[in-house]
Write a protein of this length. Structure first.
Length: 318
């Protein structure tokens, strides 16, 4: 048996590798004497050849984990491919690559390995999958969480599994220490460490939901004298995207992402915001932010109060 575990979600792919190793030790190798972990280029072809073809020690099976061998030169990969198709049944060979599919497709070994029954890709979770994951975590820990707090948590942290787990553990520990019955938006905004660009999406989501007080609270948690201009630039960038998206057809959207230099995932998130309030004149909002940017450059008025006014007046924007 041989197969490939790969994917850009490094946390989950490493976790999968750990699960395979633990299962092998439990079911096949209680003595833990029949598992080897080889890495290219430290371990060359002769090393992997010897490991794959040598018999297990006082057991029926042995496991060899081969990491980064799809980075090996073409001739080495071709030798490994030939060896895999001729190897004995006693060796279970797990190839491991912590990168996305697109970076592996040109590797000579990829077609053979990815076609195997037990090969698996651990790609980054989608926002929907993250939401499902968070719901499962809350059920497991028997914790309640406000809907708005869940939205802020997901939008602020993105889809990196390691970050999500770390930040959720902070919230879980807080509820245990304080006896809090529910995780609120205030708790989440105080405890987690969001990426500013993702936090702006949550701020805009509150604005589009016509919750200026909520939006102002989020803004106050984000802004500081050192980053107020940066927050303004992010708002300008996102409303520019929303304005362009509001007049684009579905067929034009892929080209829009390319022309504006945004990732398709960012475009998807913007589309979700747009559907929340599709009748809004996003160009008007964009131009208001541009006027704030101009005032900042030509007057001594600070950026923060201008943005506060923009947020408070947003509910009157049509």
């Amino acid at each position: 048996m041989f197969f490939l575990v790969f994917g850009a979600d490094t946390y989950r792919s490493r976790q999968k590798l750990t699960e395979l190793r633990e299962r092998f030790w439990k079911t096949r190798d209680p003595s833990k004497l029949n598992l080897e972990h080889l890495m290219w280029p430290k371990d060359d072809f002769q090393r992997i050849h010897a490991a794959v073809n040598s018999p297990p020690f006082l057991a029926e099976k042995k496991m060899i984990v081969c990491e980064d061998y799809l980075d090996a030169p073409k001739d080495i990969q071709e030798k490994i491919s030939e060896m895999m198709q001729k190897k004995n049944d006693a060796s279970i060979v797990v190839f491991f690559e912590s990168v996305e599919k697109e970076k592996l497709q040109k590797s000579p070994l990829f077609a053979l390995l990815s076609a195997q029954k037990f090969s698996v890709e651990l790609a980054p979770m989608t926002p929907t999958e993250v939401h499902r994951w968070l719901v499962d975590q809350l059920k497991e820990k028997k914790i309640r969480m406000q809907s708005r707090a869940m939205t802020f948590f997901i939008s602020s942290l993105g889809t990196d599994t390691g970050t999500l787990i770390h930040e959720f553990e902070k919230l879980s520990a807080y509820t245990q220490a304080t006896g809090a019955e529910e995780i609120t938006l205030d708790i989440v905004s105080k405890l987690i460490t969001p990426a500013q660009e993702d936090s702006v999406f949550v701020l805009i989501d509150a604005l589009l939901g016509q919750e200026p007080k909520q939006a102002l609270q989020l803004f106050e948690s984000m802004v500081s004298p050192e980053n107020d201009i940066y927050i303004l630039n992010l708002l300008v960038k996102q409303f520019r995207l929303l304005a362009a998206l509001s007049t684009a057809t579905k067929a034009e959207q892929p080209m829009l992402a390319k022309s504006l230099g945004v990732h398709p995932y960012v475009l998807q998130k913007a589309g979700q915001l747009l559907r929340k309030r599709s009748s809004l004149n996003y160009f008007e909002c964009y131009y208001k932010l541009l006027s704030i940017e101009e005032m900042r450059k030509t007057t001594r008025i600070e950026t923060k109060p201008l943005l506060q006014k923009f947020i408070l007046n947003f509910s009157f924007t049509k």
